[in-house]
Design a protein. Structure first.
Length: 184
């Protein structure tokens, strides 16, 4: 008779364990949605955050091509970078930066994060060649490009909105953009 309460206790612990496991899976799913955005897609501007390195295009070029290659690759490859340079070309999902007046053709392709690019199409259309932009994304050492990038405020590092990009052009590329409207 003493064995019956022990077995009943095992069933209770098994049921509690099953409930805890189920709750754990539910919380993991909820956390994943919060990290990606409520619809399960990557949140626009996913490259936002504190970069590993902040450089001008000339500084990056110099470190990439004029240092010891092994050391440069260790320091730069796959890093989240914030890079400032002169806008050369704009497309719907990418742009290129260059540095005019250099002895070499200093150029970098910036592949924008897809949802960010879709969200700021009108702002991209307002950008003009020669504007000084700061971008942030993951650096590809072999291709000398940034991927999953956003155009960011040089000071705060926050991804710029369409309205900020349009104001940036109207104010001139040297002036900081106004803060985003509340709720964005």
């Amino acid at each position: 008779m003493a064995l019956l309460p022990v077995l009943a206790g095992c069933d209770r612990h098994a049921a509690e364990l099953a409930t805890l496991k189920s709750e754990n899976e539910r919380l993991k799913t909820e956390l994943a949605k919060l990290r990606q955005g409520s619809d399960g897609a990557k949140e626009p501007g996913a490259a936002a955050g504190k970069p590993d390195l902040t450089l001008t295009l000339i500084e990056l070029w110099t470190q990439r091509f004029e240092e010891n290659e092994f050391r440069a690759q260790q320091r730069l490859a796959g890093k989240l970078m914030r890079v400032t340079g002169t806008l050369d070309e704009v497309a719907s999902d990418r742009l290129s930066l260059h540095e005019p007046g250099q002895a070499r053709n200093v150029r970098m392709t910036i592949n924008l994060e897809k949802q960010y690019a879709a969200r700021v199409q009108q702002g991209l259309g307002a950008l003009e060649k020669g504007a000084m932009l700061t971008v942030q994304g993951k650096f590809s050492y072999d291709r000398m490009e940034l991927s999953d990038a956003t155009i960011v405020d040089k000071t705060s590092g926050a991804p710029m909105t369409t309205q900020q990009l349009q104001a940036f052009v109207q104010l001139g590329s040297g002036a900081p953009p106004p803060p985003p409207p509340k709720g964005q």
